[in-house]
Design a protein around this ligand. Structure first.
Ligand SMILES: [Zn+2]
Length: 377
């Protein structure tokens, strides 16, 4: 368990510790690590920033194994809060029975997840990017409770949040999602592998286990006496859920909340997204938020992210009003983003795309996933 890796990353020594920790992990998970590197080209459009993993593996291959061993034992003995027993994510207890699983950028987990324990069942929020880290998440849950994992909520269809569904389906969980998700899971996820996805990518997307149960606007799930609210919110894909635990004042924002990270706007409608964030902050002014990417978030982090979307839209709109288009908009806006948000995660991967996608949105040319015809509540 870990309670403060966010602080650890702020100082150089801790950065070193983090790198050394990754080195330890990669020596223990060499096969998976190699597989990650092979796939990294495919994964770049997905959330970006996999360059670090590739470089690290090159460096590691040059390191003497003795040095790695020394570093590993140093990390295990040190007081740094990186989870020593898990390579892909860090489990953080946020409240009684409420845990976030926070992954680093470029990890095999690929996104954040979490779990909520009631008095007769467990609910998992998101299942990471792949089966292997999902199995690790199930193992982490088993360290805390033997109650059945009865539910999974997928906060949206993207592969980095649904890739491990099979693990929990096999464990007997009912997978719950907003009504739009099943129509997009096996189609829209293909776009993350480029215009001509390889057969392996197609097979991987085809194998994603779809939801068993969908809702339209809201559903309450009871884990015995503990209630979990699942609520539909617009902005990120058009099929996003937030998961609220009222008795713990915790909100899992999925990818509606990015903590000190630039977001993936590939499916976004930013005006609706800004409104959703306003609503979240209004309804949960003091909550602990679990972001989709980045660390656990404070209301101020959510406010900062909300302000990023406004800043981006305003800067792009201003450039367009001056008659700029295409690369001219990027040239005008990128330095402004760099100055204010250059230190945020995924800046390199997403800044130019954020500008171009917002420009398209403001011109009314953005393509976003279209829901199948709706019926029911
Ligand atoms: Zn994500």
């Amino acid at each position: 368990m870990d309670f403060g890796s966010g602080l650890g990353r702020a100082v150089p020594l801790a950065v070193l510790a983090g790198k050394a920790q990754s080195a330890c992990d990669s020596t223990r998970y060499q096969l998976s690590f190699a597989e990650t590197n092979v796939r990294s080209a495919d994964r770049i459009p997905f959330i970006g920033n996999f360059g670090a993993s590739v470089n690290l593996s090159v460096n590691i291959s040059r390191m003497k194994s003795r040095l790695v061993a020394i570093l590993c034992s140093w990390i295990l003995l040190s007081s740094f809060s990186f989870a020593a027993d898990n390579p892909d994510f860090t489990v953080k207890k946020l409240a009684e029975g409420v845990y976030a699983a926070v992954s680093g950028d470029g990890s095999k987990a690929g996104s954040n997840a979490g779990f909520i324990i009631g008095n007769n069942a467990v609910l998992v929020v998101d299942t990471f990017e792949d089966v292997a880290p999902a199995k690790e998440l199930l193992a982490e849950i088993r360290k805390v409770t033997n109650l059945p994992v009865k539910f999974v909520v997928n906060t949206h269809y993207h592969l980095d949040h649904t890739g491990g569904n099979a693990v929990f389906a096999q464990a007997g969980a009912t997978i719950v999602a907003q009504r739009n998700l099943p129509g997009w899971l096996h189609t829209e996820n293909l776009k993350f592998f480029g215009p001509n996805p390889k057969p392996e990518a197609k097979a991987r997307v085809e194998a994603l286990v779809p939801p068993d149960l969908v809702y339209t606007k809201a559903v309450d799930i009871y884990l015995g006496s503990r209630v979990v609210h699942v609520r539909y919110m617009l902005g990120h894909t058009g099929g996003d859920s937030v998961v609220e635990i009222p008795d713990a004042n915790v909100v899992f924002g999925g990818d509606l909340v990015w903590q000190k990270h630039l977001p993936n706007l590939i499916d976004a409608t930013t005006d609706a997204w800004i409104k959703s964030l306003d609503t979240l902050l209004q309804e949960h002014p003091t909550a602990t938020f679990v972001s989709g990417h980045g660390d656990v978030a404070t209301p101020q982090d959510v406010r900062d992210f909300h302000d990023y979307l406004i800043f981006l839209r305003d800067a792009v709109a201003k450039a367009q009003a001056e008659g700029k288009s295409g690369q001219q908009v990027v040239d005008a806006v990128l330095p402004q983003l760099q100055e204010k948000y250059g230190s945020w995660g995924f800046f390199k991967a997403f800044s130019t795309r954020n500008i171009l996608q917002t420009a398209a949105e403001l011109k009314g040319e953005k393509k976003v996933p279209v829901p199948a015809e709706q019926s029911g509540n």
